[in-house]
Design a protein around this ligand. Structure first.
Ligand code: SAH
Ligand code: SF4
Length: 350
């Protein structure tokens, strides 16, 4: 397999080009880097001399991620199946809002966290994505919808597709640096959200990186008893440890924390609202309430959804506790909206 040129930062690319050809003008790497962010092929890099283009072609992949399929939902949400260089596939979603376009991307092929409600985790982890592959997901869609580096159509990024971003820590941090650098797509770190199932030690490490991103926690329960029934990761990092890390992140970054909370019959009782208030004391935060999307595990009794009335009462209880909460609009439910569903249905077809 050829190497992925999008894995390189501008400084690394400069060094790489210098080893390839003698007497490389200094601006050459900047030109190539700029083209890479337009997501064009080496042949389309018209101001790059042919001998360099040939060398690049010989050693590198110019488009590490290719859009294999696009599904467009009635509500305008677009779902993508991305083909990676080794034949693996991951998925992404483009959501169009009034304020801009948000892309949700994958960070791993599969996932080893095994959450009971999630389609991605069923077959475990296949491999990590490289930073350049994550960049390729964003760049390929930006290109596909008519954007360039200079005139980008994507404004926000959420790391909420297949995989656990903090289980692929170094590549994810590098991706965030690449996508936000001023010579690249220059997406503000404030417009990037990272969602994690709660790897507490990595959350602390992330706090020390000094990135401006929003941390989103897939909480889904108000105590360890309930959480360990649906999230295996709670055994390694129980809530006490998780919240210690979240508080550290909040104090360090002063960024509001977002909690994802799938509404189930077992986690939407009035006591849950009380416990959530207690858990999040001292943290500025917001709850995204998510209806459970269907998964192959739906017969599991712990995944029973609440009644409409119970759901409404839970929202009232959260308000009563002074917690900020909204129910997430389910975008693209007609096109396998939830994480991992589309990829899984494709794997089954094979
Ligand atoms: N691994 C990270 C990010 C990817 S999962 C994490 O767990 O946060 C993205 C989000 O989708 C998480 O909040 C996850 O809990 C949620 N999710 C997974 N399966 C779901 C389902 N069947 N219904 C609703 N949300 C689901
Ligand atoms: Fe992995 Fe997130 Fe799915 Fe859990 S919810 S299995 S952490 S992708």
């Amino acid at each position: 397999m050829k190497k992925i040129i999008h894995d390189l930062s501008l400084t690394e690319l400069k060094r790489e080009l210098e080893t390839m050809l003698d007497k490389m003008p200094r601006y050459r790497a900047e030109q190539v880097f700029s083209w890479l962010n337009d997501y064009v092929t080496f042949d389309e890099m018209t101001n790059i001399p042919q001998d360099l283009r040939n060398l690049l072609k010989e050693h590198y992949e110019d488009q590490p991620v290719k859009i294999q399929e696009e599904l467009i939902s009635k509500d305008g949400t677009r779902k993508y199946l991305f083909a990676l260089g080794d034949g693996n596939i991951v998925e992404g979603v483009l959501m169009q809002y009034k304020y801009g376009n948000t892309i949700c991307i994958s960070t791993q092929v599969g996932c080893r966290m095994g959450c009971a409600f999630c389609a991605t985790g069923i077959d475990g982890l296949v491999r990590n994505l490289t930073a350049g592959e994550m960049l390729g997901e964003v760049l390929s869609v930006n290109h596909h919808i008519g954007g360039t580096k200079a005139d980008r159509k994507i404004t926000n990024i959420v790391l909420m597709g297949c995989g656990e971003p903090l289980d692929n820590y170094d590549n994810v941090v590098k991706f965030i640096q690449l996508i936000s650098c001023k010579e690249g797509l220059n997406i503000s770190q404030r417009n990037i959200s990272l969602s994690t199932c709660g790897l507490a030690d990595k959350i602390k490490r992330l706090a020390d990186e000094d990135l401006g991103i929003t941390l989103t926690i897939s909480l889904h329960a108000s105590n360890d008893d309930i959480r360990k029934k649906i999230m295996r990761v709670n055994q390694a990092y129980p809530l006490k440890e998780l919240f210690f890390a979240i508080k550290y992140y909040f104090e360090k970054t002063k960024r509001r924390i977002v909690f994802e909370y799938i509404e189930l019959d077992i986690n939407t009782n009035p006591e849950d609202a009380v416990r959530l208030k207690e858990l999040t004391k001292g943290i500025s935060c917001h709850f995204n309430l998510i209806p459970l999307n269907s998964t192959p595990n739906n017969s599991n009794p712990v995944l029973k959804p609440p009644t409409k009335q119970k759901q409404a009462e839970f929202w009232q209880e959260l308000k009563k506790q002074g917690l900020s909460a909204t129910t997430r609009r389910t975008l693209g439910s007609d096109i396998s909206g939830a994480c991992g569903q589309l990829r899984r249905s494709k794997l089954k077809e094979k």
